[in-house]
Design a protein around this ligand. Sequence first.
Ligand code: PEP
Ligand code: MG
Length: 593
Amino acid sequence: MEQHETILRGLGVSTGIAIGPITVQANDVPTIPETAIGDTKVKKECARLQEALARTRHTLKDLKSKTSGLRANLSSAQSISREINLLLDAHLHMLEPSSRLVRTMQHHIEGDKMNALWAVAQAVETLANQFQAMDDPYLAARAGDVRELGSRVLRSFNGETALSHKYPSGHIILADDFTPADTVLLDPAHVLAIATASGGRESHTAIMARAMNIPAVLGAPDLATQSYPSGTPAILDGSEGIIILNPRPDTLKIYQQKRASAQQQQRQFSQLRDKQAKTTDEQKITLLANIELPRECAHVLDNGAEGVGLLRSEFIYMNRDDLPDENEQYLFYRDIIEKMDKRPVTIRTLDVGGEKLATSMGDMLNEKGENPALGLRAIRFALKFPHIFRVQLAAILRACQHGQGRILLPMISCAQEIIEARSILADVAAELKERGEKINEPLPSIGIMIETPAAALAANNIAHLCDFFSIGTNDLTMYALAIDRGNEEVAHLYTPLNPAVLHLIHLASLAAHKHAIPLVVCGEIAADPFYTALLIGLGAHELSMSPGAVPKVKNRILSINAKGAHDLAQRALKARDDEQINGMMEAFHAKEK
Ligand code: PEP
Ligand code: MG
């Protein structure tokens, strides 16, 4: 019987067209027999439990090392990798022999004389229910973690050690949910695309999929309510956010052509490497890269970026129990600065706190409160613990001597934070000189992230304290609209095209131009050519993005007229809502083609 073409819609979070059969991720936890066992079997069931736990621990450690390996290749995925590692650590902790979970499992076997599978399922459910009943929403949400770990242990009774082996090559993977840990395991060379029922545009899974270049559609609710057999032919379009099951021959043809022209475009982009990014009316735009590790520098240069616009330095504080000392940090920054060979390298001082946790901070970061995103993070943390901040500044000052470094302060919300940071920097510089260390004078430029509405609104009041502004549109959008960027329930409202966000960017731009300081945009929208004209029109001099996005943004700039872009931005600032602005941008692009 001929199958009907079915179109499912979700959020297109990672571009690319995939055509191939689907594989539906089964939550294939084995059936759990509930069997009373005699005394003679207790020892055997205990041994089965220990084997399953050992296998799960092995899998978790394997996942950890895969996650760390991934960091070597991907830039924007790194903060997520770290979070996955934290999650995996928490799972490993729960599987320690002395943990409550493991002791309960054992008690069910030895005390209640029940079989091992049932003992695991029962202990997991009890603990998950306890979490679920908690008033604190963060702790209540941990029930999901406990269940995820539980099903991993249960699957390991079947000998399964890693999820990665489950996916056949050349398939589009459909799932209710894809944890960031599942995503890390995907091999971009084998997995065509992923689609899930849950997940927002800026969720960790989405950022990870983009970084791994895997086309993805998340938040497609039909995937949770309907079932489709594995092997069903499908098309996934990661730009449009659609999945087409059983495509008709004419639909298939359209998407085959689309895919071919996308591949052709990719080849053309690679020829732009050494071309200057200039608008048709000769306005030069500097294209920079967002990175976290020295080994990414080759990728930065390969893609023709002119420097590093954002080095997320928090990386060196994560996944470790001790704090990195001055020399370790100095060598780290120096390596990047030297690899970039006199090109600018913007080192953002540590941006920990909120969702970005670092184990090395120990109890210092434990003050989570109800709203971690509004708590002790970034510059607030640095100023509260100046002994940590000073070590980082000393390392940066020493490294800057080897090239062209600049310093970027995150999450600024008032002048006092800049004044205090500058004063600490001057003090550290004096101390280094006293120690006989060589440092550049004048000291490196100091810029601030404009990512709180406060910084944007007061940009004109604080610009004289800064050498440049860098607009972090990810957080600026989140804080301006009061919308969690990772929550799919409100993902439809999260848009940097809300006129409120544009006005904040505009205010920062007016202040930057008035004080003649560079205006950089380093949030995710800087990597999307759809926004390029608007950002140039709003006054951006520099755009910083994941290195792989540089060629397509450069290609876009080459066809933009800066005066036209300025008019577009002026009209957008007067628009009623994001829909109108979106329409204006589409019309602007269509006119240029
Ligand atoms: C931003 O908020 O836009 C930004 C670039 O910083 P991060 O993504 O590291 O929070
Ligand atoms: Mg930010």
